[in-house]
Design a protein around this ligand. Structure first.
Ligand SMILES: *Cc1c(COP(=O)(O)O)cnc(C)c1O
Length: 490
């Protein structure tokens, strides 16, 4: 480089880029051969820590550092034996999407350019998929946590009146009450907190045995609150609960929301994309009549992080809640500043990356049907896992398997602390890189929670999980136990 103000060295970037693309493709394609996860050693963490790099270094050396200090210590969600939480596995085409996205460096807050047109295109697909009317709006956000917050903001402003945008919630907000099942994701009470309503304004209603919101209990809660002078305004249907994948009764909740004049919002973070599978779609069809749906493309459709989405039936209201005219954001009839509604009018962000591009590329190249088939397969793998657990006397299922999530544990022997045993097993599975279930509490009992999301997961991966759990349980209980500090009681 001759000009010290020039930040580009095209020949180096080209050469390193070709190498990196090959490496990242090998990385994803060869995932199954490595451990699911490995802890970052203290020495690596130490080497990562430097002061602000004032002077740069040769690109190849910095990339080498990334190869050594970063790449091996991924969180594992791309691995076929990753079963934790609710995470997608990423797509090979996503690697290419990230190159396109970075090359264009589009700011998708607004204005007239292809980034906005592609987002509008994906919004149109989602309207079509969920049977929403032409006036419905949609917007990309980071994730369902953010989409749920936007929905709470829209519904509360709708309930109290748009004047609160200037005047604040004040007295009017005090009596607002929302409802969700006790299986609701934690981001919904957080949204109530962040929206200034307070977490207590979200009433958690008990679930049925199957983990679905108990509609009769909900009716009683609403009647009680009305009698106490409160204002019910918002009902969350959990569609695919985070613990067990339970789907609330959308038809019954729809009828109740209409009767009680509540905004019906679906937190369908992962399960919404089940609409792509012909066998799951009938269970989700009633999503077509809710007021808003929050979901993620980065979960069951495997699109790279992050790609959350909010779909709102009343697009006019959606815009009224968020649009904030500013002189420097004037809309023109022509030129770059053209366009009536910009994505920034529908959310809290102004500068936004081009999230729609990776979704567009995934759907266009793989097709909705193949993505749906991959979703369907995760459900059949979960059924296989559940069958193996049911057939194994040393294991027990702790919840019905509704979709792709299997909660189970090693049965305790008399006098054994089941939670401690199962907790140690999970951590050991992680540390040895064998498989990575997460854990949750169901009915006060610690469950190993295996969620099959990754499209790379095969039958042998599911079998490996069961085999590893059984082997570790034997190891924990066997005479060698004391010899293995990893399984010792702590
Ligand atoms: C994952 C999930 C969320 C949170 O979504 P993020 O994309 O992580 O913000 C909310 N609700 C449910 C049911 C989820 O599974």
């Amino acid at each position: 480089m001759t000009d010290r103000h020039d930040l580009e060295d095209w020949e180096t970037i080209r050469a390193e880029g070709h190498r990196l693309v090959d490496e990242m493709i090998d990385h994803l394609a060869g995932m199954a051969d490595g451990p699911v996860w490995r802890a970052m050693p203290a020495e690596v963490r130490e080497r990562l820590r430097t002061s602000l790099p004032r002077a740069g270094a040769e690109l190849s050396r910095v990339l080498d550092a990334a190869r050594e200090l970063v790449v091996p210590y991924h969180s594992g969600n791309t691995h076929p034996r990753f079963f934790g939480w609710v995470q997608g596995g990423g797509l090979g085409v996503g690697v290419l999407a990230s190159i396109l996205e970075a090359g264009l460096d589009a700011n998708c807050g607004g204005r007239d350019h292809a980034g906005i047109a592609v987002e509008a295109e994906v919004v149109g697909w989602m309207r079509e998929l969920f049977g929403f009317p032409p006036g419905a709006s949609g917007v990309f956000v980071t994730g369902t946590s953010q989409a749920n917050l936007l929905a709470v903001l829209i519904a509360s402003r709708h309930a109290v009146g748009l004047q609160i945008r200037q005047a604040g919630l004040g007295e009017a907000g005090c009596g607002l009450r929302g409802y969700a099942s006790s299986a609701v994701h934690g981001c919904v009470p957080r949204a109530f907190d962040a929206a200034g309503l307070g977490e207590e304004a979200l009433r958690r209603v008990p679930t049925t045995e199957a983990g679905c919101l108990d509609v009769a209990a909900l009716e009683r809660a609403i009647a009680e609150d009305r009698a106490a002078g409160l204002t019910p305004f918002f009902l969350v249907a959990t569609v695919g609960s985070v613990d067990t994948g339970a789907i609330d009764d959308l038809k019954a909740l729809g009828a109740l929301a209409r009767r009680e004049r509540l905004w019906l919002h679906a937190d369908a973070a992962y399960a919404a994309m089940g609409m792509l599978s012909p066998s799951l779609a009938p269970r989700l069809r009633a999503l077509s009549s809710v007021d808003s749906i929050a979901f993620d493309f980065h979960k069951w459709t495997q699109v790279q992080y992050e790609a959350g989405f909010l779909l709102v039936r009343d697009g006019t209201l959606h815009k009224q809640v968020f649009a904030s005219p500013a002189a420097y954001l004037r809309r023109e009839a022509r030129g770059i500043a053209a366009g009536e509604t910009w994505p920034t009018d529908l959310c809290l962000d102004l500068s936004r990356g081009f999230k729609a591009l990776k979704v567009w590329l995934a759907f266009k190249s793989l097709g909705a049907d193949r993505l749906g088939a991959a979703i369907e397969r995760t459900c059949s793998l979960a059924r296989r896992l559940a069958q193996r657990i049911a057939a194994e006397p040393r294991l027990e299922l702790l919840a019905p398997v509704s979709l792709n999530i299997v909660c189970f544990r090693v049965r305790p022997e008399p006098g054994e602390d089941a939670d401690a045993l199962n907790g140690r097993l999970a951590v050991t599975l992680h540390e040895r890189g064998l498989a990575s279930p997460s854990m949750t509490l169901l009915g006060g009992r610690l469950a190993l929670r295996a969620a099959v999301f990754n499209h790379r997961t095969r039958e042998e991966d599911v079998d490996a999980l069961v085999d590893a759990v059984l082997a570790l349980a034997d190891e924990a209980r066997g005479p060698l136990d004391q010899a293995d500090p990893r399984l010792g009681s702590t």
